[in-house]
Design a protein around this ligand. Structure first.
Ligand code: NAD
Length: 321
C-alpha cells in the first residue's frame, strides 16, 4: 500500500479525494516536525511552501517517488537532490496567478492613492487632509522584472488602468513582449525608467538580492517598488536605507528575507513602506485550485505515471540555498 503524506493546509475536499482511494494510506501532517517524522515511509508527499524538503530528509526517504507542492514557487524544495535520487517534483504554477497579480496591483493602488493613510486619517476624525493628495497610476511607467505568468497578468491589469509597461526577462521570447505590447528593456534601464517597479522572478542564484545598493542607485526618487515574488530577491538593509533617505518614494512588500518577518524589523519603523504577511496566494480561489490541482496531479501519477507540471529545470534555475 502506498503511503501518501499530505499537509492539513490542503482543502478538506482534496484530502477526501485522496482518502477515497482504497489503495492509499493517507497521513495528514500538521507541521514540519510531523512531516520530518513521516516522510521516511512515504511514496508521495503533498506540501505547501511552509514545508522544507531538504537533502537530509530526501536521503532518508527511500520509498519517495513524488513531491507535489501546491504552490508556484519551489525554493522550499531541494530539487537538485530530488533529481539525483530520481524523485519527481510537480507544482501548481497556474493556481496563484490571479491572486498574486491582484495583490500586486492592490499594493500599487494602495501606495499611489494613499489608501492606508486615508483610512488612518479618517479613523482619527481627519476629513480629507492635504497630505492625502495623491497620484494616478494611469499614464505612469510600470517596469516588470520577470514576465512569466504573474508578470503577464499584472501587465494586462496595469494596461487596463492605463499604465505603460516595459519588462526585463532574458528567458522569454521577443514575440511574447510583442504580443503583450510590452517594451523589452535591460535591468538597469528598467530601474531608471520606471515609476513603479514590480518583481515577479523566481528565487535563483541570479535573482538573489538583485535589488541592492548597486542597482538601486539607478532608480529615480519617485520610484514605487513592489515585491510579491520572493523576499530574498531584495537586499533588505539596502532597501531600508533607500527608503529612510527617501531615495525612492515607497515600497509595497508581501515577502521578506526571513519569514515570518522578525518582530523588530526596521521595515516596520518606516512611513513609506506597506507590508502584507505573504498573502499573495491567500485567497479562497487560489487555495482551492492549488489543493485540488496538486491532488489531481498525485492521483494521475498513481494511475498512469503521468507527470504534469514538472519544475522548469530546462531554464537552469539553479537553486541557491
Ligand atoms: P513564472 O515561472 O511563470 O515566471 C517567472 C519569470 O521570471 C519567467 O518568465 C522567467 O523567465 C523570469 N526570470 C527568471 N530568472 C530571471 C532573471 N534573472 N531576470 C529576469 N527574469 C527572470 O513564475 P510566476 O508564477 O509568475 O511566479 C513569479 C514569482 O512569484 C515566483 O517567485 C513565485 O514564487 C512568486 N509567488 C509569490 C506569491 C506570494 O504569495 N507572494 C504567490 C505566487 C507566486
Amino acid at each position: 500500500m502506498k503511503v501518501i503524506l499530505v499537509y492539513n493546509g490542503y482543502t478538506p475536499k482534496s484530502i477526501a479525494m485522496l482518502k477515497s482511494n482504497r489503495q492509499l494510506k493517507v497521513i495528514v501532517y500538521q507541521n514540519q516536525k510531523e512531516f520530518d517524522q513521516y516522510i521516511s515511509d512515504s511514496t508521495i508527499v503533498l506540501i505547501r511552501s511552509n514545508t522544507q524538503v531538504h537533502e537530509k530528509l530526501i536521503l532518508g526517504a527511500k520509498n519517495l517517488k513524488l513531491v507535489v507542492t501546491a504552490t508556484s514557487g519551489f525554493d522550499h524544495i531541494d530539487y537538485s537532490c530530488c533529481m539525483k535520487n530520481n524523485i519527481k517534483v510537480l507544482y501548481t504554477p497556474n493556481a496563484n496567478v490571479q491572486s498574486a497579480a491582484e495583490l500586486t496591483i492592490g499594493h500599487m493602488l494602495n501606495i499611489s492613492r494613499k489608501l492606508t493613510q486615508a483610512q488612518t486619517s479618517l479613523f482619527n476624525d481627519r476629513w480629507r487632509s492635504p497630505d492625502l493628495f495623491a497620484s494616478n497610476l494611469g499614464g505612469k511607467n510600470l517596469g516588470i522584472v520577470g514576465l512569466g505568468r504573474i508578470g503577464q497578468k499584472v501587465t494586462q491589469i496595469a494596461q487596463a488602468i492605463g499604465m505603460k509597461v516595459a519588462a526585463y526577462d532574458p528567458y522569454i521570447e521577443h514575440s511574447m513582449f510583442q504580443a503583450l505590447n510590452v517594451e523589452p528593456q535591460g535591468f538597469m534601464e528598467l530601474l531608471r525608467n520606471s515609476d513603479v517597479l514590480s518583481l515577479h522572478v523566481p528565487l535563483t542564484k541570479e535573482t538573489f538580492e538583485m535589488i541592492n545598493a548597486k542597482t538601486l542607485v539607478e532608480a529615480n526618487t519617485d520610484l514605487i517598488l513592489i515585491n510579491a515574488s520572493r523576499g530574498q530577491v531584495i537586499r533588505e538593509p539596502d532597501l531600508i536605507q533607500w527608503l529612510q533617505k527617501k531615495k525612492i518614494k515607497a515600497a509595497g512588500l508581501d515577502v521578506y528575507h526571513k519569514e515570518p518577518l522578525v518582530k523588530d524589523s526596521e521595515l516596520k519603523q518606516l512611513k513609506n513602506v506597506f507590508l502584507t504577511p505573504h498573502i499573495g496566494a491567500f485567497t479562497e480561489e487560489a487555495y482551492v485550485e492549488a489543493s485540488e490541482d496538486a491532488v489531481a496531479k498525485a492521483l494521475r501519477f498513481i494511475d498512469s505515471g503521468e507527470l504534469r507540471d514538472e519544475l522548469p529545470l530546462d531554464q537552469a534555475w539553479a537553486k541557491f540555498l
